[in-house]
Design a protein around this ligand. Structure first.
Ligand code: TYM
Length: 332
């Protein structure tokens, strides 16, 4: 069975982008793959996290995993910092990664902004830790949104370079698995920007915890244009916001992009938006309600995460030991 690994940063309530680009896909994969889904808290501290909120954010992601349909009987669900091998292998891989490769990472450029000198070493070296996450479990496939593709390609390069430098088959080479239907969900305010937890405008995104009224309000205010919908998706060229709303509709309704255009051909957004809201409310609000319920029983979440950490630790230790052996560490 193919091994799957993926993760989310516990930096706030997840968005529709995280759900359609990643989590919804993960739920299907757990049926016929050997899956590990991690809450990557060590990645999250590459930017400041308020300690008083951080623990709860970790629990909230665990609750979100379960509410979206991840099943601890089928997948290993765990917190990254509970498995020390991630940090250990992350350091080892950092020693094998040329700075030139890291300099090309667009996520660092975006997050560091203009003031690169003030960005942390952790933010810069982040892709090495991500490579360790993936390679520790001899992962075959990494289901992610389009924005993570570059990191998975780098992981592959690092794995290949270590394997060939030591002339070993230490790491399995992973491939990204990108859900083409919802690879990149865009902001509701600007169709050229990714929908993101960190956008200053709450109206740029739908949160999995938003209630029906808020979802309807956000869709009503979503930026669009005054033209009617055409009969095929190709004809939406140059209309970024319109494309995004049609993409969201298609992903939620399990339709192709052209099928959505055909169904709404000639309609204005004033007619399309209420239908999109209804679909969103039907999908998102039950998840939000489940998250709220699960957050009332942290003990249950704790037990799931502790069990997951134990199972992940066993798998991770095997690869870490092999890596230490390969690098020539003296291991008593
Ligand atoms: P993060 O926490 O930013 O996002 C989690 C997942 O959601 C996807 N995603 C989107 N997909 C489509 N449209 C969007 N607007 C959108 N926004 C987010 C992301 O692509 C991702 O799949 N570096 C990773 C976390 C990570 C990881 C890993 C992932 C750490 N180690 C190992 C895979 C394997 C991140 O910051 O994801």
């Amino acid at each position: 069975m193919k091994r799957i690994f993926s993760g989310v940063q516990p930096t706030g309530t997840l968005t529709l982008g995280n759900y359609l680009g990643a989590l919804r896909h993960w739920v299907h994969l757990q049926e016929d793959h050997d899956c590990l889904y991690c809450i990557v808290d060590m990645h999250a501290i590459t930017v400041f996290q308020d300690p008083a909120l951080f623990k709860d954010q970790t629990f909230e992601i665990a609750a979100t995993y379960l509410a979206c349909g991840l099943d601890p009987q089928k997948s290993i669900l765990f917190v990254q910092s509970h498995v020390p091998a991630h940090a250990q292998l992350g350091w080892m891989l950092g020693c094998k990664t040329p700075m030139g490769w890291l300099n090309r990472m667009t996520q660092f450029k975006d997050k560091a902004g203009k003031d690169k000198e003030k960005a942390s070493l952790g933010l810069y070296g982040y892709p090495c830790l991500q490579a360790a996450d993936i390679l520790l479990y001899q992962t075959h496939l990494v289901p992610v949104g389009e924005d993570q593709k570059q990191h998975i390609e780098l992981t592959r390069d690092i794995a290949q370079s270590v394997n060939s430098a030591y002339d070993v088959d230490l790491f399995t080479l992973p491939d990204p698995l990108i859900n083409t239907h919802a690879a990149r969900i865009m902001s509701l305010r600007d169709g050229t920007k990714k929908m993101s937890k960190s956008d200053p405008s709450d109206f740029s995104r739908i949160h999995l915890s938003d209630d029906a009224d808020l979802i309807a309000q956000k869709i009503r205010k979503a930026r669009t244009d005054a033209d009617p919908l055409p009969g095929s998706f190709d004809q939406l060229e140059g209309r970024a916001e319109a494309k995004n709303l049609v993409t969201i509709y298609a992903a939620l309704a399990n339709m192709t992009l052209d099928e959505v255009c055909q169904e709404f051909e000639g309609a204005l957004f004033s007619a399309f938006k209420p239908r999109l809201s209804d679909l969103l409310v039907a999908t998102i609000t039950p998840i939000g309600e489940k998250i709220a319920l699960l957050m009332n029983d942290k003990r249950e979440l704790e037990l799931i995460l502790l069990d997951g950490a134990q199972r992940a630790n066993e798998l991770a230790t095997t690869t870490l030991k092999a890596a230490e052996e390969t690098f020539g560490f003296w291991t008593p």
